[in-house]
Write a protein that binds this ligand. Structure first.
Ligand SMILES: NC(=O)C1=CN([C@@H]2O[C@H](COP(=O)(O)OP(=O)(O)OC[C@H]3O[C@@H](n4cnc5c(N)ncnc54)[C@H](O)[C@@H]3O)[C@@H](O)[C@H]2O)C=CC1
Ligand SMILES: O=C(CO)COP(=O)(O)O
Length: 345
């Protein structure tokens, strides 16, 4: 059944998801906070700064009146960066109720509070709408989704029926959506892969090879899962689309904003220059600090995140950071389960 959907945020991801939804026959409004962008999309059918080369169907109504759009919608999709989620939820909460579903597509932890986006939403709305909150996450670059290249992602929610509703509105032959009840796991995977993607970009920028990249991805996954499990996530989630899947795509894709920022740092740009050169949000920058703080607070060992923090915030030389990671004390690969699973080893 066609739904009325408000997509907030006309960056690359909000635009690509709006296109998927419109092609699935839904009534879609795309909300932008930039009048020039609204005019451009209306006149040319293209969002040239964020998603060049992708046709935005004329049926998508692009405008700036967020409140009006949310009032009318049955489903509200947050396609904004994670640092804007609190402010936007604060603005729209008077118009939310138990008949509306809120889908968050932002991947990040909030700076200072270290909160996941579902927790930010819960704080702002008082917890009464949590059953209607769904996280949409997984390996999915807007540039490919906009070009209808086959993509598989995850809709995670507290209530199976609500997650399945989100699955249904998005599913198409080129966009496959799985459901998952593990909100903590998918949020931690989605937010922290961006930290590792910056690191793989740095390694590539330093001229290191595929072995280093594979080491960062897999040891990155080990520390992400360690934190996630400590916070209550299901370990199996990290073996799925929102864990290893999103790490693979973000750490290796030429589209990745986080990888691009890392690449620039590895090639010698300053951190602010590197972030600015990307022109779109580099989520892993803020999330690195939040994850570093969270790891310390939780007593979880996250050596790669720690080095990312030192490079991004303390001016640590990336080559030295690599050397320090490689010369840490020796370890078992499956350290966390050695004594419980192999007591005699
Ligand atoms: N670009 C991609 O391929 C994917 C992005 N994501 C996630 O989606 C989120 C958004 O990322 P992108 O679209 O890439 O960012 P972007 O940098 O392309 O666009 C962000 C958009 O949000 C708008 N915005 C910022 N604050 C706003 C506010 N307060 N109200 C309304 N609009 C606001 C900006 O004007 C901009 O149009 C991030 O958390 C990212 O990690 C997730 C999957 C894929
Ligand atoms: O989340 C993403 C892909 O799944 C997008 O990653 P980037 O923000 O690094 O482009």
């Amino acid at each position: 059944m066609p739904e009325q959907i408000a997509v907030i945020g006309a960056g690359s991801w909000g635009t690509a998801l709006a296109v998927v939804l419109a092609k699935n026959g839904h009534t879609v409004e795309l909300i932008s906070n930039n009048p020039e962008q609204i005019e451009e999309i209306r006149e040319t059918g293209e969002n040239s700064a964020y998603l060049p080369g992708v046709k935005v169907p004329s049926g998508i109504y692009v405008h700036g009146d967020m409140e009006e759009s949310v009032k009318k919608a049955g489903i509200v999709l947050l396609g904004i960066p994670s640092h804007a989620v609190r402010e936007v939820v604060r603005q729209i909460k008077p118009y939310l109720n138990r008949d509306k579903i809120v889908v968050n597509a932002a991947k990040g932890l909030e700076e200072n509070t270290m909160l996941r986006m579902s927790q930010v939403f819960e704080q702002e709305t008082g917890g009464t709408l949590q059953d209607n909150f769904v996280v949409l996450t997984g390996p999915s670059h807007a540039e490919e989704v906009g070009r209808e290249m086959p993509t598989a992602i995850v809709a995670a929610g507290r209530k199976r029926m609500i997650a399945e509703k989100v699955q249904d509105i998005f599913m198409s032959p080129n966009f496959r959506v799985y459901t998952n009840p593990d909100i903590v796991g998918v949020e931690i995977g989605g937010a922290l892969k961006n930290v590792i993607a910056i690191c793989t970009g740095v390694a590539e920028g330093l001229g290191l090879g595929d072995n280093s990249k594979a080491a960062l991805i897999t040891r990155g996954l080990a520390e992400i899962a360690r934190l996630g499990v400590k916070l209550g996530a299901n370990p199996l989630t990290f073996a799925g689309l929102t864990g290893i899947g999103d790490l693979i795509v973000t750490c290796t894709s030429p589209h990745s904003r986080n990888r691009k920022a890392g690449l620039a740092i590895g090639r010698g740009k300053s951190v602010p220059e590197a972030i600015a050169s990307v022109k779109m949000v580099v989520e892993g920058f803020r999330t690195t600090r939040a994850a570093w703080q969270l790891a310390r607070e939780q007593g979880v060992v996250m050596p790669i995140t720690e080095k990312a923090y030192e490079v991004l915030y303390e001016g640590r030389n990336p080559r030295e950071a690599v050397y320090e990671l490689m010369t840490r004390e020796k370890k078992h690969e499956i350290e966390d389960v050695i004594s419980s699973t192999y007591p005699d080893w």
